[in-house]
Design a binder for this molecule. Structure first.
Ligand code: F6R
Length: 241
């Protein structure tokens, strides 16, 4: 696991952007695994800038998002579908047909999980998977206790995760209780993984990610077994290392 230490959130976003841009420029039809949440927003802004400056094109790229809430329609501003379009896809030259986000409103959610796995397999897995880090060690929405062998599946969100995400909703009641997420094994099949982390409140989680035992109780710990992981972390997030 390579750890790149940067000063702050802005530097983390810039560093991540340059790694992604290099990946795409080397292989224009790269398959990118993407994340939502606060962590990658700065990176997406940087990518838009690089696209506007004609330093990168997404024409041939494909994307797969990690997860989506169950029961939130795609036109709801809290859906990850909406987030990705607003924060990135609407501002770059990616073909919308090449972007994939699990459908949290599918009639048959088990079938949706199987179909999503199938699409990822057909695309021959992610060239690079972007990850954020949950305070409880979740990656995607794989909460503590998720089997390390899991594929795309439906999860019950932890109360702590619902509370962490409540900032986007009017009331706690509106925060979804379920989500669809790529599994841990799905993530581990990515050729390269780039995990971004910023801020002091994640410092304990970073310590367990890097130094902790590999356990289902802290899903991100499995990344210690992946052959090509780059963690880009700011000084505050590395306070306990
Ligand atoms: C988002 C995702 C989550 C987040 C994690 C950190 O698609 O899969 O694992 O990366 O919850 O969220 P933020 O970045 O908001 O701290």
């Amino acid at each position: 696991m390579e750890i790149i230490k940067v000063k702050d959130y802005q530097d983390m976003s810039r560093e991540a952007c340059s790694l992604l841009v290099d990946t795409i420029n080397k292989k224009p039809n790269s398959v990118l695994g993407l994340a939502t949440g606060s962590t990658p927003e700065g990176l997406y802004q940087q990518l838009i800038k690089k696209y506007q400056q004609k330093e990168v094109s997404f024409q041939q790229a494909k994307t797969f998002n990690l997860d989506e809430y169950v029961g939130i329609a795609s036109d709801d501003p809290n859906s990850y579908y909406y987030f990705m379009n607003e924060k990135l896809f609407n501002h770059i030259d990616i073909q919308k047909g090449n972007t994939h986000i699990p459908n949290g409103m599918a009639e048959d959610m088990d079938q949706e999980c199987r179909d999503y796995e199938q699409l990822i397999r057909k695309a021959e897995h992610m060239d690079i998977q972007l990850l954020g880090l949950g305070l409880n060690g979740h990656i995607g929405f794989n909460e503590p206790g998720t089997p390390l062998t899991s594929r795309t599946h439906i999860v019950e969100l932890d109360e702590s995760t619902r509370m962490a995400n409540a900032r986007f909703f009017n009331t706690m009641n509106e925060v979804p209780k379920k989500a669809i997420t790529m599994g841990i094994d799905t993530i581990m099949e990515s050729k390269k993984i780039m995990l971004l982390v910023s801020g002091e409140k994640k410092a304990g989680a970073v310590k367990r990610l890097v130094d902790g035992d590999i356990t289902e109780e802290f899903p991100a710990s499995i990344l210690q077994k992946h052959h090509d992981v780059t963690v880009i972390a700011d000084e505050a997030a590395l306070l306990e290392i």
